[in-house]
Design a protein around this ligand. Structure first.
Ligand code: AMP
Length: 370
């Protein structure tokens, strides 16, 4: 039998690592974090907090851990490959390789017959001008790597001419970019799935995500008016990805809902902001299921505990949290981060018995909504 209690090393020390630890402690797990600064959200949690400014610390993390995971798809592949020689890293290099490059990610979607926007990867201005002619406008131009929260992308409107295209090329830093056809969507959705090494798989319900200026502002879980057929379709896409990647841990897929069905946008090989509602809202949270998957344990039920939930991000300023604490159906999470524009400082989960009472509660949180 796999021992339940294990030592988990986390590459990164932000709020995702912190919430992983908070989910793993009740199972007796120990955690160590490998972060970049000394005031990150996981700094005071866990058995060890190590820093990338001290070279020996990575070695110490590897010696400590039974298994290692990461917080970000931007984790260096070379580092993961090196670590994996000594201790298992989940998700593995294969998931990371595809998820950290938008071109490879979209190619994988195509190979697996998962609908996605038409795309072209280019690394020169001349090729970009040609790609715009081939693909047509409107389109969206993104850096192939390192983009997050809407950073590293420019929308090219239907009227954009060669000059605007050149401006966009300069704005993104004259580097490899991906041009994507603009998807005419009705809503943005995401689905979270978990797989363990025994190939047990669980899927959470599709949720609706509302972004403002590229940043997730709130999630409604489950997304309303989703037929069982659409949920099944999303799960089928996830299953193909999990199987192809031999993925172990949480995998998130962001999707557009369109008149012609679901269109994949991007995936994240990790716990995801659109799954924070599962801490109070599901039988087993995404964080606990990720920990269970890493440790070779049976996965827990992904069923929601109540009719409907919302997760509202706290961004830039902490806001009227005392008021939030007085709401009987609200759960406040603060990540212990200093206030800064556009920074995710925490989130609030609201639980409700019906959509109407959820929307009433959401109105009380209007200070947090765009
Ligand atoms: P991403 O970083 O790929 O998640 O993109 C950030 C946001 O830009 C998404 O949440 C969408 O609102 C929008 N977006 C991204 N790609 C497309 C696309 N191909 N068509 C339309 N909107 C998009």
């Amino acid at each position: 039998m796999t021992p339940i209690s294990q030592k988990i090393g986390v590459l990164g020390a932000g709020q995702l690592g912190r919430m992983l630890a908070l989910a793993g402690y009740p199972l007796g797990q120990k955690f160590a974090f490998y972060g970049v600064s000394r005031d990150e959200p996981s700094a005071l949690l866990g058995h060890l907090h190590l820093h990338s400014d001290e070279v020996d610390n990575l070695k110490e993390l590897v010696e400590f851990a039974d298994v290692i995971t990461f917080e970000s798809e931007n984790t260096q592949i070379e580092m993961v490959r090196e670590i994996a020689k000594s201790v298992p890293v989940y998700p593995s290099e294969k998931s990371l390789y595809h998820a950290q490059h938008r071109g490879r990610e979209k190619q994988l979607f195509q190979d697996l017959d998962i609908p996605c926007a038409p795309f072209v990867v280019v690394d020169s201005l001349a090729d970009l001008q040609q790609a715009v002619l081939d693909l047509g406008l409107p389109a969206i131009l993104k850096t192939t790597t390192q983009g997050y929260d809407g950073k590293g992308q420019v929308v090219l409107s239907a009227e954009a001419g060669p000059e605007q295209i050149e401006q966009a090329w300069h704005r993104l830093g004259e580097r490899e970019v991906i041009l994507e056809g603009f998807v005419d969507f009705t809503r943005e959705l995401s689905i979270i799935a978990v797989r363990n090494a025994d190939n047990q798989q669980v899927y959470y319900p599709l949720v609706q995500n509302v972004h403002h200026q590229g940043i997730l502002r709130y999630t409604i879980a489950p997304a309303q008016q989703i037929s069982s057929l659409v949920q099944q379709q999303a799960e089928a896409y996830m299953q193909k990805l999990l199987d192809r990647l031999d993925h172990v841990g949480v995998l998130t897929l962001e999707l557009f809902e369109t008149a012609n069905g679901l269109v994949a946008n991007e995936m994240a090989p990790r716990v995801h902001n659109s799954g924070h509602w599962t801490i109070e809202g599901a039988q087993t949270s995404q964080f606990e299921n990720h920990v269970r998957a890493l440790c070779g344990l049976p996965l827990g039920s992904s069923a929601p505990k109540q009719k409907i939930a919302a997760m509202v991000n706290i961004i830039g300023q902490t806001g009227p949290v005392h008021q939030v604490l007085q709401m009987p159906n609200a759960h406040l999470h603060l990540y212990d981060k200093a206030e800064r524009a556009d920074r995710k400082l925490g989130h609030i989960t609201l639980l409700a018995d019906d959509p109407q009472s959820l929307y009433q509660s959401l109105q009380q949180l209007n200070a947090y909504l765009p």
